[in-house]
Design a protein. Structure first.
Length: 83
Protein backbone atom coordinates (compact mmCIF):
# COMPACT_ATOMS: atom_id res chain seq x y z
CA UNK A 1 0.00 0.00 0.00
CA UNK A 2 1.13 3.51 -0.77
CA UNK A 3 1.41 5.53 2.49
CA UNK A 4 -0.91 8.49 2.87
CA UNK A 5 2.06 10.88 3.07
CA UNK A 6 2.21 10.75 -0.75
CA UNK A 7 0.04 13.32 -2.49
CA UNK A 8 -1.94 12.50 -5.61
CA UNK A 9 -0.54 14.23 -8.67
CA UNK A 10 -0.84 14.19 -12.43
CA UNK A 11 2.05 14.85 -14.80
CA UNK A 12 1.64 18.31 -16.28
CA UNK A 13 4.72 18.60 -18.48
CA UNK A 14 8.34 17.63 -19.05
CA UNK A 15 10.92 20.05 -20.46
CA UNK A 16 14.00 19.42 -22.55
CA UNK A 17 17.32 19.36 -20.71
CA UNK A 18 18.55 22.85 -19.85
CA UNK A 19 22.14 23.00 -21.17
CA UNK A 20 23.16 25.70 -18.66
CA UNK A 21 21.75 24.03 -15.54
CA UNK A 22 22.06 20.45 -16.82
CA UNK A 23 18.62 19.72 -15.40
CA UNK A 24 15.29 18.56 -16.76
CA UNK A 25 12.02 20.11 -15.64
CA UNK A 26 9.02 18.06 -14.62
CA UNK A 27 5.71 19.66 -13.76
CA UNK A 28 2.88 18.11 -11.76
CA UNK A 29 -0.68 19.18 -11.06
CA UNK A 30 -1.47 18.72 -7.39
CA UNK A 31 -4.84 19.86 -6.10
CA UNK A 32 -5.16 22.00 -9.23
CA UNK A 33 -1.89 23.80 -8.45
CA UNK A 34 1.20 23.31 -10.60
CA UNK A 35 4.33 22.03 -8.89
CA UNK A 36 7.55 22.21 -10.88
CA UNK A 37 10.84 20.51 -10.09
CA UNK A 38 14.22 20.60 -11.86
CA UNK A 39 15.97 17.24 -11.64
CA UNK A 40 19.62 16.59 -12.29
CA UNK A 41 20.27 14.29 -15.22
CA UNK A 42 21.41 11.59 -12.79
CA UNK A 43 18.20 12.01 -10.80
CA UNK A 44 16.07 11.87 -13.94
CA UNK A 45 17.85 8.70 -15.13
CA UNK A 46 17.38 7.11 -11.71
CA UNK A 47 13.69 8.05 -11.77
CA UNK A 48 13.30 6.58 -15.26
CA UNK A 49 14.94 3.31 -14.22
CA UNK A 50 12.87 2.98 -11.05
CA UNK A 51 9.62 3.84 -12.84
CA UNK A 52 10.35 1.27 -15.56
CA UNK A 53 11.15 -1.39 -12.95
CA UNK A 54 8.05 -0.75 -10.83
CA UNK A 55 5.67 -0.40 -13.78
CA UNK A 56 7.01 -3.57 -15.44
CA UNK A 57 6.84 -5.46 -12.13
CA UNK A 58 3.22 -4.34 -11.63
CA UNK A 59 2.32 -5.29 -15.20
CA UNK A 60 3.81 -8.76 -14.72
CA UNK A 61 1.86 -9.38 -11.53
CA UNK A 62 -1.35 -8.27 -13.22
CA UNK A 63 -0.94 -10.57 -16.22
CA UNK A 64 0.23 -13.49 -14.08
CA UNK A 65 -2.71 -12.97 -11.76
CA UNK A 66 -5.13 -13.19 -14.63
CA UNK A 67 -3.62 -16.54 -15.60
CA UNK A 68 -4.46 -17.88 -12.13
CA UNK A 69 -8.17 -17.20 -12.57
CA UNK A 70 -9.77 -20.39 -13.80
CA UNK A 71 -11.70 -20.07 -17.02
CA UNK A 72 -15.24 -21.35 -17.35
CA UNK A 73 -15.43 -25.04 -18.11
CA UNK A 74 -16.01 -25.74 -21.75
CA UNK A 75 -18.59 -28.24 -22.85
CA UNK A 76 -17.22 -31.16 -24.81
CA UNK A 77 -19.58 -32.66 -27.39
CA UNK A 78 -20.36 -36.34 -26.97
CA UNK A 79 -20.89 -38.69 -29.87
CA UNK A 80 -24.14 -37.75 -31.58
CA UNK A 81 -25.09 -35.02 -29.04
CA UNK A 82 -25.29 -31.37 -30.05
CA UNK A 83 -23.98 -29.01 -27.38
Amino acid sequence: MLPHIYFDADVRNVTPVCPDRKRIGIGFDMDELPVRVALTLAGAKCLRTLLDDYINSFACTQSEGSLLIPSEPKSVPSDGVNV
